[in-house]
Design a protein around this ligand. Structure first.
Ligand code: MGD
Ligand code: MGD
Ligand code: MO
Length: 759
């Protein structure tokens, strides 16, 4: 380390996460994006009972009242939307689409908010302003000329329950269940895996459980960056003496040391609290093996000393234990250690701590789901909890950290390509028309259909579809083969610029903005990671007088595409209470919806597992059988094969890049780096700061990323890390979890070689 060469933009970051650094970064975000007078008022209205929901993440607040001013990344999310910068039709007059496509998403979004509805004009290669009704009429005409199976309806998880509900209604009345959504790239393994295990695809813990737990196991998530308000919860638990065991290939600063900006003593004394009591640098994609190892040790402990498993719970509430246990016992330690990158001794420490705890919470994120075994990973976490009855009791449970602030709500109100029969029946009873039964396409399948030409039109309620998906080399050109693309968004991104034969760009109100319809100011609703549904009311003056709300845009398209529609679109948009009444009549758990969201904090949707009721096919919780540790060891433990993990930086929200720094990881002003373990660098004859080329080794296509700077980092041996979305060129489109369809964004087998020296 001492004589390591200097690499531009790479420095050691020694401070704790949070603390004064976070306050400084908050002030900078405000200064760069907003007029400073407006900013404090805006920020103080975030997550207040009468204010708007933070668009940053889906972590809940106690009584929905956060001391938001100290959440650095929440402040970035809000200021990024409430920016004073604008992208007007003049901007498009000055720039052709081909020129704009050469810019990064960072440069594009930093230009500010879209102000006018736009249509692409092929003759000039420019976007130009269009009247809303003219645009809707043309889109309606094109949709009426296509058959429903040729059209896909994408949702990104920022959309409100009201907008998402209307969007699924439009698509289903039109005749399709083609609902690719961001969840397909994110927590789909949770939505698919947990129903098989416990009967519902959602987490079971509430914030109160964190006050009563005795152990937290955190697997594959980076809350200091992605769920900063969770740090307050972890911080409290750590100070209460609760052990926090972390599994993460990278040493993430916030999980090691965190100074809570709300704790004045810590701030004044420049102190911080250690978060993780034990930190295991599991190999990328090695969690199934690690969990198998822990469970194997627990089974051994039970054989030797008894009193480890909760037999009453297992007998009364579960099934499948014997097959599960047999599968675990037959897995070899050699394979477990090779695939997980951890030793039996490491895993023994976890098993002992787990056996001692009377109430354990397991939290997890993308490090668990974004693998070709994502669903199996999720189910193994549930298995581990079931062994000691850690579901449906105080202080215990499973806690998936959702992504977008309303991705969970979107699913609840019907954004799914595989709707249940009961949901469709309920809708038919209320609306009086037939709904399509055949399952539709998810995100990857939509992209495959666009590539092979069977999908002809894509309507996106938010997001950056092509940039978020794997294999940009294929996904980008596929967008340009479509007959029609329609994007509802707040800011310009590259998916908008990959224009189809006809492309429309619709600017919408954001979460922070006042939404006035015929009946007056409207509020929308969202559901957080813990199934709490609450209202959110924007307060700011809209970025432009031409903006429309998402429900209004969806209704506009619907009226034009479905002339004989049985849905009273106009009336619904006039008063969102009417949309909520329809949700209450068609989606279980929303009785008295309008009344209940008017109480501060909202209400919790039913979660039967919290009462030890299991809505699975058999009425019991079900253990899984995972027999693939050997396969993992062979594939990912192979010589000269690295597991590529694609990562978010601290200054990024998915494909939205706020700035080019990643402070906690010591990267400043750049994103073109590959994090590598020092010993792996040495073994490959690569030096810290050398240029390398990366090539995927599991694809029929040649997927390559060249001239990336390799840097020494504290990451598990055999795993390498690069930033998303730049590294998406390396992720194969067809390398996904078979059960959930989620791409393997966090364990792509790759080779890394030194870039040839140019003469
Ligand atoms: N500020 C900010 N907030 C966000 C987002 C954002 O981009 N920026 N995105 C939102 C969205 S949509 C989502 S889904 C969430 C994402 O939040 P997270 O789930 O935290 O997602 P990531 O940052 O992609 O990766 C999480 C961690 O997984 C670790 N990891 C990678 N591979 C493995 C593995 O194989 N095993 C284990 N155990 N760990 C692994 C990585 O080192 C990283 O620390 O955050 C949401 N909130
Ligand atoms: N390699 C790799 N790829 C990944 C991931 C990864 O970890 N690695 N993570 C995956 C995950 S977890 C996710 S969730 C997806 C994210 O995929 P998406 O949800 O599709 O992408 P975002 O970057 O969140 O979308 C940003 C755009 O949303 C629009 N937007 C912002 N606010 C609003 C709003 O209020 N309304 C509307 N209509 N539009 C708005 C803006 O125009 C902005 O440009 O990416 C996935 N892709
Ligand atoms: Mo996500």
């Amino acid at each position: 380390m001492a004589n390591r060469r200097e690499v531009p933009g790479i420095r050691q970051y020694d401070a704790p996460a949070g603390g004064w650094g976070a306050l400084k970064a908050t002030a900078e975000a405000v200064r760069d994006q907003m007029a400073s007078v407006k900013a404090p008022i805006t920020l103080l209205r975030t997550n207040q009972p009468d204010g708007f929901d933070c668009p940053g993440c889906a972590w809940p607040d106690k009584e929905h009242r956060s001391t938001f001013q100290f959440c650095e990344n929440g402040a970035k999310a809000v200021t990024w939307e409430a920016t004073s910068k604008r992208v007007t039709p003049d901007f498009f007059q000055e720039n052709t689409v081909s020129q704009l496509l050469k810019k990064s998403d960072y440069e594009l979004e930093d230009r500010g908010r879209l102000t006018h509805p736009l249509v692409y004009d092929r003759a000039t290669d420019k976007f130009k302003a269009v009247a809303w009704d003219e645009a809707f009429a043309r889109i309606g005409e094109i949709l009426r000329g296509l058959s429903p199976e040729q059209v896909d309806f994408y949702t990104s998880g920022r959309a409100s329950n009201e907008a998402a509900y209307l969007f699924q209604l439009l698509a289903r009345e039109y005749g399709t269940n083609n609902f690719p959504d961001c969840s397909n790239m994110c927590h789909e393994p949770t939505s698919v895996g947990l129903p098989k295990s416990i009967g519902i695809g959602k987490g079971t813990v509430s914030l109160d459980d964190f006050d009563h737990c005795e152990l937290i196991i955190s697997i594959g998530h980076n809350p200091g960056t992605n769920h900063p308000r969770m740090m307050g919860t972890l911080h409290e638990a750590a100070r209460r003496g609760v052990p926090i065991i972390v599994f993460n290939p990278l040493r993430e600063r916030a999980l090691e040391r965190f100074a809570d900006p709300q704790n004045w003593l810590e701030m004044a004394s420049y102190g911080s609290t250690p978060i993780a009591s034990t930190y295991f640098q599991v190999a990328g994609g090695g969690d199934a093996a690690a969990l198998t190892g822990i469970i194997k040790l627990l089974l051994d402990m039970e054989d030797m000393q008894g009193n480890v498993l909760d037999h009453d719970f297992i007998n009364t509430h579960t099934e499948g234990f014997d097959a599960f246990a047999a599968g675990i016992r037959s897995t070899s330690w050699a394979d477990i250690e090779k695939a997980s990158g951890l030793t039996r001794d490491d895993l023994d420490k976890v098993a002992v701590a787990y056996a001692k705890s009377n109430a354990t919470i397991i939290t997890y994120g993308m490090g668990v789901t974004q693998h070709n075994k994502g669903t199996a990973n999720v189910r193994l976490i549930a298995d581990l909890l079931l062994l000691r009855g850690n579901i449906g009791k105080s202080g215990a449970g499973i806690c998936p950290l959702r992504g977008h602030s309303n991705v969970q709500g979107n699913r609840t109100v019907g954004i799914t390509e595989k709707p249940s029969e009961s949901f469709l029946q309920g809708m038919e009873n209320v609306f009086g028309f037939k709904l399509p039964r055949h399952h539709g396409r998810d995100a990857v399948r939509t992209m495959q259909a666009m590539i092979d030409g069977s999908s002809k039109a894509l309507l996106c309620l938010g997001g950056n579809f092509a940039v978020a998906l794997p294999d940009s080399g294929q996904s980008f050109p596929a967008m340009e083969k479509l007959d029609l693309s329609v994007h509802v968004g707040t800011k310009l991104n590259r998916s908008h610029l990959l224009v189809a034969k006809e492309t429309y760009l619709f600017p919408c109100l954001g979460r922070t903005e006042l939404d006035v319809q015929e009946s007056g100011a409207q509020s929308i609703t969202v559901e957080d990671s813990m199934s709490m549904v609450h209202a959110s009311a924007g307060k700011l003056e809209p970025a432009s007088e031409y903006l429309r709300s998402e429900p209004a845009i969806v209704a506009g398209i619907a009226q034009a595409a479905l002339p004989g529609s049985k849905v009273p679109w106009k009336e619904l948009v006039a008063d969102y209470d009417r949309i909520r009444d329809l949700i209450a009549r068609t989606v279980p758990g929303f009785d008295d919806f309008n009344k209940r969201i008017r109480s501060p904090g909202g209400f919790r949707l039913p979660l039967p597992p919290t009462e030890r009721k299991w809505p699975t096919a058999t009425g019991k919780a079900i253990f899984s059988v995972y027999g693939e540790v050997q396969e993992d060891a062979d594939l990912l433990g192979g010589e000269h094969v690295f597991r590529l993990i694609t990562l978010r930086s601290h200054d990024q929200y998915n494909t939205t890049i706020y700035a080019l720094d990643d402070r906690y990881r010591g990267v400043f002003g750049r994103r073109d780096v590959l994090f590598m373990n020092e010993d792996d660098l040495a073994a490959c004859g690569i030096e810290h700061g050398d240029l390398v080329d990366i090539e995927t080794s599991v694809s029929g296509r040649k997927l390559r990323l060249e001239k990336i700077t390799a840097i020494a980092y504290n990451i598990a041996r055999g795993s390498v890390g690069a930033y998303y979305p730049e590294a998406n060129v390396l992720v194969p489109l067809d390398y996904f979890d078979k059960e959930s369809g989620t791409p393997s964004y966090k364990s792509v087998p790759v080779q890394v070689m030194r870039h040839p020296v140019e003469n």
